[in-house]
Every structure is written in structure tokens, then in C-alpha cells.
Ligand binder design. Structure first.
Ligand code: ATP
Length: 302
């Protein structure tokens, strides 16, 4: 099983010709509400990719809470670890201009109420092969979850912590000590290490965690481990329609492949195939591929 301890946001997306200036009111072209948040996205991606997934997080007692739960449950994610807290759910208020430029306001809402895993969450994490974390929850909550999995690792179950360090902020040492694999994109890798070249950043990150995957968008992904393996997995060439959540699809699929016992190259190939399939379609969770499609693409490429 894979646990995801992370954020769930309702994305409120307005499509406009040009974003309004301060004080200006404009008429938009279209509006969509799309369940998102990096935690929920990774949970849905992992479930679609064939994983047994539990999402641990919080939604508000507003109108968006049930929609977020339903989106996770609809993808086959176990939502028993989702609590409802008083107040609004997390929302991302997104304005998409013609030509694709975005401006985004994230209001954490219920996500900000999480201080750490509950006793039930701890039990779920202890039974999981992998724990997926991102940084859209309060840092203390992320650290608590990572330390919990890290503590179990040597002792009983071996819960591998896979961290997507987004949004990129300095990482506390106790978090890094518990992480098995870190999966930044190249921007995050540069922020975390001060190295603009992703290969240099990867080497610097290997001083901090045992395994590193740096995603490079259409240029694929780099992998390195402390035992000397270095790989570059090119992206699958596709006509990109919308790259939103490509990174979350990649991370979710990577976790599935690793928990199924694939080695670094097989896991990268599987994750790259899943991410490429997601960029061919619009939206975040709406674009994530199901297992048979991923298997077919992996087969076609080998
Ligand atoms: P996002 O923030 O949009 O979720 P990200 O910046 O975290 O994405 P990227 O590095 O852009 O992550 O992409 C993750 C992976 O998705 C890449 O390593 C690659 O495998 C795949 N990918 C991204 N863009 C493309 C593309 N245009 N064509 C094919 N594969 C892609």
C-alpha cells in the first residue's frame, strides 16, 4: 500500500483574455472547478497507475469538501484518513489568460489545520510500503509524518519516504534524514542546492538523501543514487497539450513502480510513460492515465 499525506485543494479556474488589473472587473470566458492539490493529485495518479492508495489529509466543512472526497474516492483512493475540519477547504484560485499564462492564489484552508498524522494515520503509514509527501502542508506536519515513517523503516515495515519538495523551501535536517527519495523538478533542485545545472544539483542533493530524481519536463528525468548509479530517462515524445500535474503524475507512478519492486531504470520508464500520457490531455487529475495505458506505452517503447 502507498500512503499520501498531503494537500487537497479545489482549483477554481477562470479563463480570461487578459487578467484584470487591480480595481478592474472583467468578464471571463469560462470557469471550471477541478479537484487538485499536490497531495490529492499524487494519490489519484498512484491509484490510476495501479497502486493501492490511502490519502491522509483534511478538507473543510464547506461545499468543496465532499467534492474533494468524491474525486479521490472515484479514483479508487481510500479516503478513510481524510478528516473534515471547521472552515473552508484549501482552494487554488487560478486565472488562465489566453496564451496560457497563469496567476494563482493558493489559500491553504483545511490543509493549514494539519499539524501531523493522527494515531490512525500513523497506523496506516506503518502498513505502507511508501509514503508520498509534498510541501503544501505546514512543515511541522510534513516533518512529523516523515519521521514517523523513518522511525518505522529500520524497525518493522520499511516505509520508504518519497518527497516532492514543492513549493521549494529550505528543508529541515530531520526531514532530510527520513527521506529515501527526493523528486524535485529542475527549478526546485536549483533552489534547494544553489546549482543551476540539474546534474550538479543532483550530486549536491545526494549529499542529503540516498536517491534523487530530478525531472526536466520535456527533457526527461535524471536519477542518481549514493551507490553510484546515474541514469537519464528521456521524455516520451508526445504532443503536449497541458503539462499541469505532470510532476505529480510522475511521482505517483514512480511510487507504484518502486513498491512493485522495479529497479531505478524500470521505475523511471514507468513514471515517464505515465507523465507523458498526462501531458497529452487537459487538466490535472482529469488527465492522469490508467494502468493499462501506461503498460501499453512502456511495452511499445521497449
Ligand atoms: P508540474 O509542476 O506541471 O506538475 P513539474 O515541473 O513538477 O510539473 P516536469 O519536470 O515539468 O515536472 O515534468 C515531470 C515529468 O513529466 C518529466 O520528467 C517528463 O517525464 C514528463 N513530461 C513533462 N513534460 C513533458 C512533455 N512535454 N512531453 C513528455 N513528457 C513530459
Amino acid at each position: 500500500m502507498i500512503s499520501v499525506f498531503g494537500s487537497a485543494n479545489m482549483d477554481l479556474v477562470a479563463y480570461v483574455a487578459q487578467a484584470p488589473k487591480p480595481g478592474e472587473t472583467i468578464t471571463g470566458r469560462a470557469f471550471r472547478t477541478i479537484p487538485g492539490g499536490k497531495g490529492a493529485n499524487q494519490a489519484i495518479a498512484a491509484a490510476r497507475a495501479g497502486g493501492r492508495v490511502a490519502f491522509l489529509g483534511a478538507v473543510g466543512d464547506d461545499a468543496f469538501g465532499p467534492g474533494l472526497r468524491a474525486a479521490l474516492a472515484g479514483a479508487g483512493v481510500d479516503t478513510r484518513g481524510v478528516r473534515t475540519v471547521p472552515g473552508p477547504s484549501g482552494v487554488a484560485h487560478i486565472v488562465v489568460q489566453d496564451g496560457g499564462d497563469n496567476s494563482i492564489i493558493v489559500v491553504p484552508g483545511a490543509n493549514g489545520a494539519l499539524t501531523g498524522p493522527s494515531a490512525e494515520d500513523a497506523e496506516t503509514i506503518g502498513r505502507s510500503r511508501a509514503l508520498l509527501l509534498q510541501l503544501e502542508l505546514p512543515m511541522e506536519a510534513v516533518v512529523a509524518a516523515a519521521c514517523l515513517a523513518g522511525a518505522v523503516t529500520g524497525a518493522v515495515t520499511g516505509t520508504e519516504v518519497i518527497l516532492t519538495p514543492a513549493p521549494a523551501v529550505p528543508l529541515p535536517a530531520e526531514l532530510l534524514d527520513a527521506v529515501g527519495v527526493i523528486v524535485p523538478n529542475e527549478h526546485e533542485a536549483a533552489v534547494l542546492t544553489g546549482r543551476d545545472d540539474p546534474r550538479d544539483a543532483l550530486e549536491a542533493l545526494l549529499d542529503l538523501v540516498p536517491e534523487v530524481v530530478v525531472t526536466l519536463g520535456a527533457r526527461g528525468a535524471l536519477y542518481g543514487s549514493r551507490d553510484g548509479v546515474r541514469l537519464h530517462e528521456p521524455a516520451v515524445p508526445v504532443r503536449a497539450v497541458d503539462t499541469t500535474a505532470a510532476g505529480d503524475t510522475f511521482a505517483g507512478a514512480l511510487a507504484v513502480a518502486r513498491t512493485e519492486g522495479l529497479g531505478p531504470d524500470g521505475a523511471l520508464r514507468f513514471a515517464s510513460a505515465a507523465a507523458a500520457l498526462s501531458v497529452r490531455r487537459e487538466g490535472a487529475s482529469t488527465s492522469m492515465p490508467h494502468r493499462p495505458e501506461i503498460d501499453r506505452l512502456v511495452r511499445d517503447r521497449t
